[in-house]
Design a protein around this ligand. Structure first.
Ligand SMILES: N[C@@H](CCC(=O)N[C@@H](CS)C(=O)NCC(=O)O)C(=O)O
Length: 204
């Protein structure tokens, strides 16, 4: 069982968020570059790890972890010294989970539906309600800030903040120009760990 973290990476993907998190944790890790143009993510060897043929993917202690928020939460737990997750039993852990899951189950589908101009689903059926509901919820969560857990910076900020940054980069409506979002992303992108990996492109 290897202690080494093997990180399957392409900077033009959501793996950029995991790269940011690995740096936040001060982790030692080995990057395995995956070239989408060569179809390396659909190669049989890679599909054995992640049958979805998608990045990011990590392997640690013989376990494969996929799905960006799961990887980010996993890293926060195995690097407790980085202080990026409230401990189990701390009520702040509830808020932490709340926004971490909100990122994957509400923010991301709302942004993708809007960006790809899919007709808005019935808000009562859609897990995210409406696009505007999602923005309002996030705005409320970040007020007064500075982070999703108030004064405490966490892995939920790495994930949700990176998704917000990515959505702002491609001009998703209602984000850029909103002070609460602009200021939050400015704080996030001022982090040393972000600057270390920011030569990389935004997730595709
Ligand atoms: N649910 C996954 C989504 C992963 C995903 O869609 N990754 C994209 C890049 S951002 C990918 O690998 N696309 C290549 C493909 O599907 O061919 C996560 O949150 O990590």
């Amino acid at each position: 069982m290897s202690e080494e973290i093997v990180f399957y990476h392409n900077p033009q993907s959501r793996a950029a968020m995991v790269h940011f998190m690995l740096e936040e944790c001060g982790a030692d890790y080995r990057v395995v570059p995956i070239d989408f143009s060569k179809g390396e993510h659909k190669a049989p060897e890679f599909l054995k790890l992640n049958p979805m043929g998608k990045l990011p993917t990590i392997v640690h202690r013989g376990t494969v972890v996929t799905e960006t928020p799961a990887i980010i939460a996993y890293l926060a737990d195995i690097f407790p010294q980085a202080g990026l997750a409230p401990p189990i039993g701390d009520p702040a852990r509830g808020t932490y989970y709340r926004w971490l899951f909100f990122g994957g189950s509400c923010f991301e589908p709302a942004i993708l539906d809007t960006a790809t101009k899919r007709p808005a689903p019935d808000p009562g059926m859609a897990g995210y309600g409406s696009y505007q509901d999602v923005l309002t919820a996030l705005k409320t969560a970040l007020t007064p800030g500075p982070w999703l857990l108030g004064e405490r910076y966490s892995a939920a900020d790495v994930y949700v903040g990176s998704e917000l940054n990515w959505a702002m980069m491609f001009g998703a409506p209602g984000l850029k120009g909103e002070k609460v979002f602009d200021d939050y992303v400015a704080r996030l992108t001022a982090r040393e760990a972000y600057k270390k990996v920011s030569g990389e492109a935004a997730p595709a």
